[in-house]
Structures are given as structure tokens and as C-alpha cells.
Design a protein around this ligand. Structure first.
Ligand code: SF4
Length: 385
């Protein structure tokens, strides 16, 4: 079966205040050493491995100089065997995408671009610590189109301090008007260790840091509005946070939710192969040292079998709005989900969070989140963990 490959580029122009991804401020010497280490790690994957999806994420892959990026991409394409209908995505920050770079990336074989717009409101972008303006975000989408990307995604964030329904609606409308094939919408979360967390939890916050997150009811309203609005504009809501024009769902991410296998290369990257999950060290210097010395990154490996494998399949699959195909899952894991989780499922059904439905086209049965379940998905997942 053709696989998936994820490459992590751990650099950004500057850190956004909410970010807890594995990434640091771009440093040319470090980037050079990191890309060399990435190449070495890639050489550990058998040459000619068949791939159907590639995802270059970060960090901000487009912070790298155009030539360095194009060379990395062309090495990947010459080392592996890509299926004819492959999907190869790169994440781009609007503040780092110019015409030359977009053109080089497209012509080196990347055919999908995911643009981290986050908001079309200037104050919200400034609050988040983004490096771009709304105009630059809009321009980045146009640059991508002009470079020949016919599969363009826009990432947005809601629940930002100071954001109200009106501003969120305007951001969504603006995004739709740019006619992307894909829109992801994420609720702003406050993760420990981020600047946002420190600001919110400071004992004596500075005047400029005295802000509040929007009320929970407003955040729920934003999410519900998103679902209804994007559906009315012809998007399919195919995963909790993801919407696509029919046929343009992100296949790389669907593979994660289907618990498919994948290679992950770079600091902090994960791989999932033959029931084992490997997790590379997120510390850049450690990563570079280990790969330079042994050709392999320092990483933890964990066997995920039996009940853990099944539970993963359930909570990952439930992220998709079509839910879990119970018959396929039973064939794959040799367990009947309805009996294995009978107590959990009936509690969740009683609470109106999941439902069992027939899938007309395949004569199969699906367990899926209800509309209420979409709002309380973490509560649902906990039951299966
Ligand atoms: S651009 Fe993305 S990865 Fe980089 S700091 Fe901001 S949120 Fe994090």
C-alpha cells in the first residue's frame, strides 16, 4: 500500500503567542544543519518507497530560502515513487510567500498549499503575534493561485480575545470569497508553556495583557455558525475542524484519522509503522546530533496493539463526520465495537452525543458524532481512551 510522509521544518520568522508546535526562530546556520539531518533521516527510508501523500509542515516551511526548499522537495521526489494521483502539501505563512518561492515550490511537484491565514482582522492578527496583515494573507492566496496551485487551503482561528461574532463572520466570508478548496477552523486553545498562557495566568498582568477569552457560549456559536455557513457555501464538513469542496478533502490527514501508516521525518515528527509509533526528539540540537552521528534521530518507540489499537481507531475515526464504519473496523480489529464498548456507547447515545446510522451506499453501519457530539467531542473521546 502506498504510504504517507510528513516532513517537519522547525523554524518560523517569530513565535506566535499561542503556539506550542516544535519550532524556533529561523537561523540560517541551524536551518542548514537541520536540512542536512533531514536528508540523512530520509535516506533511512527505503529508496523507491511508494507514496500517495506528502505533507511538509512546521513551523513554517516557507521561511526557508526558495532554493533550499526546492532542492529538498526535488530530492524527496527523486528518492520516492509517487502515485500518479499523489497529494503533496506544503504549509505556508502569508508573510513568507512571494511569487518566486510559490512558483518554485509548485514546479518542484508540490500540488497543494495550506495557508495559515488565521484571521482577516488586523487587530486579531496582531494579538496572535502573526507576522502578516489581512491584505498580505489575501495576497498569499492569490500568489498561490497564480503559481498554479489548484488545491489551496486556508487555516483560520476563532475564539480570539476581542473577536466577536461579527468579526468571525467577516473572516469566514472573506475566506470563502477567495474560493479555496479547503478551510480548516480551529478554536484558539491556551496551551501551557505558551506566551498566551503566561499572559492569561500572570499574577499581576501588565495593562496591555489584561484581556479575556470570549465566553464559551460565543465560541460555541462561532463553531455552529461555521458549520452552517460553510455548508451553505457548498463545503463538506468532513472532520471536526475541516471543510472541503467535494473531492478536495485532505488525503494526508484522512490517513491519520483512518489510522493508516506514515513516515515522519524531522524534530518532533512521529511515524506509525507496523503497529509501532515512533516519536523523534523535539529538541533541534539533539535531533541534529543524533542523525549526524548515527543516521537516525533519537526517538521513542511504542507498540500499540490490542485494546489500545482499537481505542485509537475509535477516537481517531470519530473525528470524521461520517464516523466509523463498524463492519470494516470489526474486520480489521477482529472485535465487535458495539459489544466491546456497549456501556460507553449507550451512555453517549443517551446523552445525545453519538448515533448509529446506516450508510445507504455501502450497506454498512456507522457510529458517528451527533451535532451535540461535535461540540463536546473531547468528552466523547475520553470514553474510549
Ligand atoms: S507560524 Fe505557526 S508554527 Fe510558527 S509560531 Fe506561528 S503558529 Fe507556531
Amino acid at each position: 500500500m502506498p504510504g504517507s510522509l510528513y516532513i517537519h521544518i522547525p523554524f518560523c520568522v517569530k513565535r506566535c503567542i499561542y503556539c506550542d508546535f516544535v519550532s524556533g526562530v529561523y537561523d540560517p546556520a541551524k536551518a542548514d544543519a537541520c536540512i542536512k539531518a533531514l536528508q540523512k533521516e530520509l535516506a533511512g527510508i527505503p529508496e523507491g518507497t511508494a507514496l500517495s501523500t506528502l505533507y511538509i509542515g512546521g513551523g513554517t516551511p516557507t521561511v526557508l530560502p526558495a532554493g533550499m526548499l526546492a532542492e529538498l522537495i526535488s530530492r524527496i521526489f527523486s528518492r520516492f515513487r509517487f502515485m500518479e494521483d499523489y497529494e503533496a502539501t506544503i504549509e505556508a505563512n502569508p508573510g513568507t510567500l512571494d511569487r518566486e518561492k510559490a512558483g518554485l515550490i509548485r514546479s518542484s511537484g508540490i500540488n497543494r498549499i495550506s495557508i495559515g491565514v488565521q484571521s482577516f482582522n488586523r487587530a486579531e492578527l496582531e494579538f496572535l503575534g502573526r507576522i502578516h496583515s489581512p491584505g498580505e494573507a489575501e495576497q498569499a492566496v492569490r500568489i498561490a493561485r497564480d503559481a498554479g496551485f489548484d488545491n489551496t487551503g486556508i487555516d483560520l482561528i476563532y475564539g480570539i480575545p476581542g473577536q466577536d461574532m461579527d468579526s468571525w463572520k467577516k473572516t469566514l466570508r472573506k475566506a470563502v470569497s477567495l474560493m479555496p478548496e479547503h478551510i480548516s477552523t480551529y478554536e484558539l486553545t491556551v496551551e501551557k508553556g505558551t506566551v498566551l498562557y503566561e499572559q492569561l495566568n500572570a499574577a499581576t498582568p501588565r495593562a496591555e495583557n489584561r484581556f479575556r477569552l470570549p465566553e464559551e457560549a460565543t465560541v460555541i456559536e462561532m463553531y455552529e455558525y461555521t458549520i452552517d455557513y460553510l455548508k451553505s457555501e457548498g463545503f463538506i464538513h468532513y472532520e471536526i475542524s475541516n471543510f472541503a469542496v467535494p473531492g478536495w478533502q485532505c488525503r494526508h490527514n484522512l490517513n491519520y484519522w483512518d489510522r493508516g501508516e506514515y513516515y515522519g521525518v524531522g524534530p518532533g515528527a512521529h511515524s506509525f509503522l507496523s503497529g509501532k509509533r515512533y516519536c523523534n526528539t523535539p529538541v533541534l540540537d539533539e535531533y541534529i546530533r543524533a542523525v549526524s552521528e548515527s543516521g537516525r534521530p533519537a526517538c521513542n518507540a511504542e507498540d500499540i496493539t490490542g485494546d489500545r489499537a482499537l481505542s485509537e481507531a475509535v477516537f481517531l475515526g470519530l473525528r470524521k463526520t461520517e464516523g466509523l464504519c463498524l463492519e470494516s473496523l470489526a474486520r480489521l480489529y477482529r472485535q465487535n465495537i458495539l459489544s466491546r464498548y456497549s456501556k460507553e456507547i449507550s451512555t453517549l447515545e443517551d446523552a445525545g452525543l453519538v448515533e448509529i446510522v446506516s450508510v445507504a451506499c455501502s450497506y454498512e453501519t456507522s457510529l458517528r458524532l451527533t451535532r451535540k457530539g461535535l461540540l463536546l467531542s473531547n468528552e466523547v473521546f475520553e470514553k474510549f481512551m
